[in-house]
Write a protein of this length. Structure first.
Length: 474
C-alpha cells in the first residue's frame, strides 16, 4: 500500500528554514575549524615576569630581614631575581607605633612587608593567608594556618616563579626565636620543594586549560618545576651554623650601591615600623659614624649564616648558594619518603613535635638535621614544661611500665604513675614540671626513663633553657 503525504506550503517553509539553519551551522563550524585552536595557547612559554632565582619563604612581614643583607648582595651585584612568600600577614604581637591590633595591624604589616621588600627591589610578593599564632610548636601553626590550603598555594607559587634556590626557616624545634610559625614556614617550603616538580601533586595546577579563550577555566596550565637547592636560616641563642653552610658578610660594600650590605638591609627594615619603630633608623645613623657595639644595634651587620638543606645539583655543604645551579632547570627528583618503624620490642620515645621532625627529616632526605641540635626548649622563669612521651608495645600481651624522672634542682615535677599498656598499643603520657621562679644558669637537663620489670625501655633526654623574657607557649 502506498501512502501519499500532502506537503503544504507551511511544510515547505519549515523544511527550507531547517536546511538554511543546518547550512549556516555547517558554515560556522567550518569557519571555526579554520581559526587557530585556542588550546595551543597552552604551548606558550611561562610568563617571564615572575621568574625568580631565589624564593624566600618566611612566616611574617619582617622575617625576611634575617637574610636581607645576603639578598641585597644577590640582587644588586649578582643580578638575581628574588620573590618572597609570607605565610601570614603578621596580625599578632605588639605594635610599636600605634594602637592598631589584630586584623587592622595585619593590614598595616602587609603594606610594610611590601614596602620593605620593594626597598630591596623585590616586587613579587605573596601572602598565603595563614593566621599569626604564638606557639613554639610548628604543628599548632600548621593546624591554625590550614596546612593543606597553604601548601596548595605555595606549590603554585613555586611553579609560577620557578626558582633555582629556596631560602626558608629551619624546620626544627630549638631554642632561640623558636616561633612555631617560623618552623611552619620551613616545613611548608620543604614540602613544596619536593612536590612542585611532581605532576601528580595538585595536578589541576599543571593541567592545560581546555578552553583558554573562555571564562570559567579551572585548570591552571602551570608547568611542574623542580627547585635545585634549599637552605635554612634561624635566629638561635647559640651557634648552630659552624660547618653547616655558606656565610655572607653584611659588612662587605656593594660595588654598585657603595654601601655595606647590612646598611642596605637596615634601610629596608625601616619600613617595618610596627615591629621596630625607629630602631633601624637610629642604627643606620650610628653605623654611619662608628662600629656597632651592642648586639641589638648590630643585628643587621651580623653575617647571614645559612644551613645547607639539600641539593639536586653537585654542591658542597659550604659552597656558594648558586654553586652547581643549572639555569634552565632540572628534571623532577623524588624525595625518599617516610618509612614506618617496625618495633620488635617495647620502646620509650619522645612525642610530638620532636618525633614529628624525626619522621619529617627522613621523609625529605634531611637526616643530617637530626644531629644539628638535641631535644631542647626555652621555658619562661616560673613557667611550666611538658615533655610528651610515647611508649610502643609491639607484644601480644599487656606490658606493665614504671617511669622515673631525673630533673634539675629547683624544678617541681608532678608524680608519674605506672602504666598498664595493652598489646600492640601506642601509649601517650607526659612529664609535667614547674620551672623555678628565678633564672638558673646553663642547660636544665631532664632524663625520663621507663622500665618493664628488669627490662629498660629507654631514656628520653631533654634540655631546657630558662628565660626571663617573652617566651612563646609550648
Amino acid at each position: 500500500m502506498t501512502i501519499v503525504r500532502k506537503v503544504t506550503g507551511k511544510g515547505i517553509l519549515c523544511a527550507s528554514l531547517l536546511f538554511l539553519l543546518c547550512s549556516s551551522v555547517t558554515k560556522a563550524q567550518s569557519a571555526a575549524m579554520q581559526l587557530p585552536d585556542a588550546y595551543t595557547w597552552n604551548d606558550r612559554v611561562p610568563d617571564p615576569r615572575f621568574k625568580a632565582d631565589i624564593l624566600v619563604v618566611v612566616a611574617h612581614p619582617d622575617d625576611e630581614s634575617l637574610v636581607a643583607a645576603y639578598l641585597a648582595r644577590e640582587i644588586y651585584d649578582n643580578q638575581k631575581r628574588v620573590a618572597v612568600v609570607y605565610g601570614t600577614r603578621g596580625g599578632g604581637g605588639n605594635n610599636e607605633v600605634g594602637p592598631e591590633q589584630a586584623a587592622a595591624m595585619a593590614d598595616i604589616r602587609e603594606i610594610e612587608g611590601r614596602e620593605a621588600t620593594a626597598a630591596l627591589g623585590i616586587t613579587n610578593v605573596w601572602f598565603l593567608g595563614g593566621h599569626d599564632y604564638a606557639s613554639q610548636d610548628a604543628l599548632n601553626s600548621l593546624a591554625f594556618w590550614g596546612h593543606g590550603a597553604c601548601l596548595d598555594q605555595l606549590v603554585r607559587v613555586v611553579r609560577l616563579t620557578r626558582p633555582s634556590v629556596i631560602l626558608t626557616f629551619l624546620p626544627d624545634f630549638t631554642t632561640g626565636e623558636n616561633h612555631g610559625d617560623h618552623q611552619a614556614a620551613g616545613v611548608l617550603a620543604t614540602e613544596a620543594f619536593d612536590m612542585a616538580g611532581d605532576p601528580t601533586a595538585f595536578p589541576e595546577q599543571v593541567s592545560p586549560t581546555h578552553d583558554p579563550d573562555k571564562n570559567g577555566n579551572l585548570m591552571e596550565a602551570l608547568r611542574p618545576w623542580q627547585p635545585e637547592k634549599i637552605y635554612y636560616f634561624h635566629n638561635p641563642t647559640y651557634d648552630i651554623f659552624t660547618g653547616q653552610g655558606p656565610q655572607y658578610s653584611a659588612n662587605d660594600i656593594s660595588p654598585s650601591r657603595h654601601e655595606r650590605y647590612g646598611i642596605l638591609a637596615a634601610k629596608a627594615f625601616t619600613h617595618h615600623r610596627t615591629q621596630g619603630g625607629d630602631v633601624a633608623e637610629r642604627m643606620i645613623k650610628k653605623l654611619a659614624t662608628e662600629t656597632p657595639q651592642s648586639q641589638d644595634d648590630s643585628r643587621m651587620m651580623e653575617p647571614v649564616k645559612l644551613i645547607f638543606g639539600k641539593s639536586w645539583v653537585p654542591s658542597g655543604v659550604m659552597d656558594d648558594v648558586f654553586a652547581g645551579v643549572v639555569a634552565e632547570g632540572i628534571a623532577y627528583q623524588r624525595a625518599p619518603g617516610y618509612s614506618a618503624v617496625a618495633y620488635s620490642k617495647p620502646a620509650l620515645e619522645i612525642g610530638d613535635p620532636w618525633s614529628y621532625y624525626k619522621r619529617f627529616w627522613q621523609a625529605h632526605g634531611l637526616e643530617h638535621l637530626a644531629n644539628l641540635v638535641p631535644a631542647e626548649i626555652t621555658v619562661k622563669v616560673g613557667g611550666a614544661l611538658a615533655i610528651p612521651l610515647v611508649v610502643e608495645n609491639p607484644f601480644d600481651k599487656d606490658l606493665a611500665v614504671d617511669f622515673t624522672v631525673k630533673a634539675p634542682d629547683g624544678w617541681k615535677v608532678a608524680p608519674m604513675a605506672a602504666a598498664q599498656i595493652g598489646p600492640h598499643t601506642r601509649y601517650y603520657l607526659r612529664v609535667q614540671a614547674a620551672a623555678p621562679s628565678t633564672k638558673l644558669a646553663g642547660w636544665q637537663e631532664f632524663a625520663v626513663s621507663a622500665r618493664s620489670g628488669d627490662t629498660s625501655l629507654g631514656t628520653v633526654q631533654v634540655r631546657a633553657e630558662l628565660s626571663t623574657g617573652w617566651v612563646a607557649p609550648q
